[in-house]
Design a protein around this ligand. Structure first.
Ligand SMILES: NC(=O)c1ccc[n+]([C@@H]2O[C@H](COP(=O)([O-])OP(=O)(O)OC[C@H]3O[C@@H](n4cnc5c(N)ncnc54)[C@H](OP(=O)(O)O)[C@@H]3O)[C@@H](O)[C@H]2O)c1
Length: 285
């Protein structure tokens, strides 16, 4: 069942492209007051040029997080209905090839930034007596795939944090919902490839043959994974998470998410390993 939201202010991270941009546009069209944020000045400018209330927000920079939230609250008179923690990227590479600082960077973006934002908005939501925190996780927050160790770890951590938060916020009027996309059209692969080139020495790796295949996949134009959906599929779930009186705990997006979430419940660990090893080449994330 859906009802009109009590407030209409939504803060979204990572709106320069992909899911963030589409959700920002879709919610604005639906009448929400969207604070669309991006980390790079030219993207903030482009968002403002498209009529958004646009702000600079780099989730790895505490100062930037603090400034953005303060500015939003100043504009809304201290109110915020919802936070959509969307910003993120995938750091490819075998676990043994990831330097400590590379793993840390993955967590800074995909987990610590989201956590810091949550800490800043919860007091506001508690005072209001309502609010929505929507986390953009991934099918790779539910199951693992080869060469996605950093990303898997950060999204599993986001799942754990969100599950705990939901228990802690019970009966406060603040709902926590987790979105679980599988393959969605965006700049995700392009950004993952850049992170791979930046941080992994492929030629020195025991996995170099597999990396060559992975690089071909990451640099292919257009969808490479079966059942890829446009980002509007995520928008639909975000709208439900915002407008339902009782949002779901998890929103599966794409067939691979439904499939792997189900297989995880049904199969023994090693059975699931066999399936996941087979599809690792496909590229669900
Ligand atoms: N596309 C998929 O198949 C898929 C599947 C499952 C989950 N997801 C999740 O969906 C979310 C959005 O990804 P996407 O698919 O839309 O990919 P995308 O097009 O690459 O968008 C990622 C967004 O996150 C931003 N970002 C990265 N680091 C940031 C930082 N430090 N501070 C602020 N923003 C930052 C990017 O900004 P820049 O342009 O500045 O880099 C960009 O706006 C991510 O959390 C991703 O894990 C995506």
């Amino acid at each position: 069942m859906t009802t009109s939201p009590p407030g209409r202010e939504v803060l979204i991270t990572g709106c320069s492209s992909g899911i963030g941009r589409t959700v920002a546009e879709g919610l604005r069209d639906r009448g929400y007051r969207v604070f669309a944020t991006a980390r790079q000045a030219q993207d903030v400018k482009s968002l403002a040029g498209s009529g958004f209330e646009a702000l600079q927000l780099d989730v790895i920079d505490s100062g930037s997080v603090q400034r953005a939230v303060s500015e939003v609250l100043e504009k809304t008179g201290g109110r915020l209905y919802a936070l959509f923690n969307n910003a993120g990227f995938g750091q490819p590479g075998a676990v043994e090839d990831l330097r400590r600082e590379v793993l840390r960077e993955q967590f800074e973006t995909n987990l610590f930034g989201a956590h810091e934002l949550i800490r800043r908005v919860i007091p506001v939501m508690r005072t209001q007596g309502y609010g929505r925190i929507i986390q953009n996780s991934s099918v790779l927050g539910l199951v693992a795939m080869k060469y996605r160790g950093a990303y898997n770890a950060s999204k599993y951590a986001l799942e754990g944090l969100s599950d705990t938060l939901r228990l802690e916020l019970r009966d406060t009027g603040i709902h926590v919902a987790i979105i679980e996309p599988g393959p969605v059209e965006s700049r995700f692969r392009e950004n993952a490839y850049a992170a791979f080139k930046r941080n992994v020495d492929a030629e020195k790796s025991a996995h170099r043959e597999a990396y060559h295949a992975m690089e071909r996949r990451l640099t292919t134009d257009g969808p490479v994974a079966p059942f890829t959906l446009p980002p509007e599929a995520v928008l639909k779930k975000v709208i439900h998470a915002l407008e339902s009186r009782r949002p779901k705990v998890r929103y599966y997006v794409t067939f691979p998410t439904y499939l792997f979430a189900t297989l995880k419940r049904l199969l023994p660990h090693r059975g699931l390993d066999r399936v996941l090893t087979g599809v690792s080449r496909g590229g669900s994330r």
